[in-house]
Write a new protein. Structure first.
Length: 481
């Protein structure tokens, strides 16, 4: 990470702040992977940094005309910041002569204080004095200052309810807090936000959907999104929660990748793996999701356009079958050369049992379909109908054809917008783009590993797995040539 940010020169906190600002789009590496953390930041550069954090790249077609910064590369960013300052009854702090001049730490502190006052309800958490001793702000100083303010904003959710945040946004609509929550989360430095009181399900996802709404209406729309959760309340009754032993058939390469990304357990500890949830678009069952079908009219209008609407559902599938099955070894574990990982799951992991149906036996979900139609056809607000459609898609992937009942599958699923999903480093063989995934928030502890019936050199594999802290390694009982 960053060729010019060495561990002996910069602290862990320094590197975290720089990584955060990089992820937020505030700065960028050059072609050599360098950040230049000690370089000063000019006034126009700081406008770009703030704009990327609060809005993203502004519309370049709306460039300023007859302004002193019209010819600047940062013109759209400066114009956006100028617009925000006008709402605060303030003007730009620089002119044509100082557009490229380094900005001072004091000015940055002052600006951040003004902007974040419109985001943070508890203003006492914001430092009122600038304690910086240096005159001009470096990239590192800017990164640390912005990281600190963003974390103050993100952590305030623990002190307030969702409703209070939305009301606050309505009163202080300078900067969109729903968007900023998503941007901070996507940086990879934090867990999903926590709230003062227990919220309804999918709260964070609802806020991400609300970010494009008018702040005048978000509170009422949020309440209606909570009404849509009636679908999932019925879903909880139909699909029972599963706790106990689960099994994951996979390749040895995938197991190694899991152990490598878990950063290995300390001596005497068992590795805990943050499993990946795959988007429903990548499922290998050609009939997946087809057991609950809707007509175009059920969504309020016929889909006559050519716009593609990918799924928002991310799924992780495990088996509850304690017995080994040859088809599972063949299909999911590298034709018997892979492994079977045993995990224990509890209520907090929220895995639910798949329902296996014949093509005609769908009576259990008929009332759920009727509840869903009420919201799917909502013409009042597209966000409400989209949320209902996303929940229906999630439920559709909890139902499978009876031909697959030998898998005895349990699943955990979650909804996520594509922009906040993570991507693998490279495409799979034969594919043009990397696949997207979502990381399981709660890690799963490995109880044991069973090596496949065709696993090459099982003793050497077991040696490495014991080195990683896995408590038990077994050989498959199935004979398979």
């Amino acid at each position: 990470m960053f060729n010019d940010v060495k561990s002996e020169q910069y602290s862990k906190e320094d590197r975290k702040a720089i990584q955060f600002l990089l992820a937020m789009g505030g700065i960028a590496e050059d072609s050599h992977g360098a950040i230049y953390p000690q370089n000063s930041v000019s006034n126009e550069e700081f406008c770009m940094i703030l704009s990327n954090i609060f809005q993203g790249t502004p519309d370049l077609s709306n460039r300023a005309i007859s302004k002193f910064y019209a010819d600047s590369w940062a013109a759209p960013y400066i114009q956006y910041i100028e617009t925000l300052l006008k709402k605060l009854n303030q003007k730009l702090w620089f002119d044509a002569q100082s557009i490229n001049v380094p900005i001072s730490c004091r000015k940055i502190h002052e600006l951040l204080l003004h902007f974040f006052k419109t985001l943070i309800k508890d203003e006492e958490s914001l430092p009122q004095k600038d304690t910086c001793s240096q005159e001009n702000a470096s990239r590192l100083w800017v990164a640390k200052a912005i990281y600190e303010k963003c974390m103050d904003f993100y952590k305030q959710t623990e002190k307030f309810t969702v409703e209070e945040l939305l009301e606050f946004w309505k009163e202080n609509d300078l900067i969109n807090p729903c968007r900023l929550l998503g941007e901070i989360y996507s940086s990879g430095n934090v867990e999903p936000p926590k709230w003062k009181v227990k919220t309804k399900r999918n709260t964070f996802y609802k806020l991400l959907l609300l970010q494009k709404e008018d702040p005048e209406n978000v509170f009422e729309i949020y309440k209606k999104l909570n009404d849509v959760d009636r679908i999932e309340e019925r879903y909880d009754q139909i699909f029972p929660l599963y706790t106990g032993s689960t099994y994951h058939y996979t390749t040895l390469a995938a197991l190694y990748s899991m152990l490598d990304q878990s950063n290995a357990a300390r001596s005497g500890e068992i590795p805990q793996i943050k499993m990946f949830l795959s988007n429903a678009e990548y499922l290998n069952d050609p009939e997946e999701g087809s057991c609950i079908c809707f007509q175009d009219s059920d969504y309020g209008s016929a889909k006559s356009d050519m716009i593609v609407h990918p799924k928002s559902t991310y799924i992780i599938s495990l088996s509850k079958d304690k017995e080994e099955r040859l088809p599972m070894w063949v299909q999911y574990a590298d034709n018997g050369m892979g492994c079977r990982i045993k995990f224990e799951v509890n209520e907090s992991h929220n895995f639910r049992e798949i329902k296996y149906y014949s093509s005609k036996d769908m009576s259990e979900v008929s009332d759920l379909i009727n509840i869903a139609k009420e919201f799917l056809s909502c013409k009042e607000n597209s966000t409400i109908s989209q949320y209902a459609r996303d929940i229906v898609d999630k439920i559709r992937y909890q139902v499978k054809n009876e031909y697959y009942d030998h898998e005895q599958e349990v699943r955990f699923s979650i909804m996520q917008i594509p922009q906040l999903s993570k991507k693998f480093s490279a495409p799979r063989l034969g594919e043009s783009f990397p696949r997207l995934y979502y990381e399981l928030d709660t890690p799963l502890k490995i109880e044991s590993v069973t090596l496949g019936p065709k696993c090459p050199n099982p003793n050497a594999v077991a040696l490495f797995l014991y080195h990683c802290g896995i408590p038990s390694v077994e050989i498959s009982k199935i004979k398979y040539c």
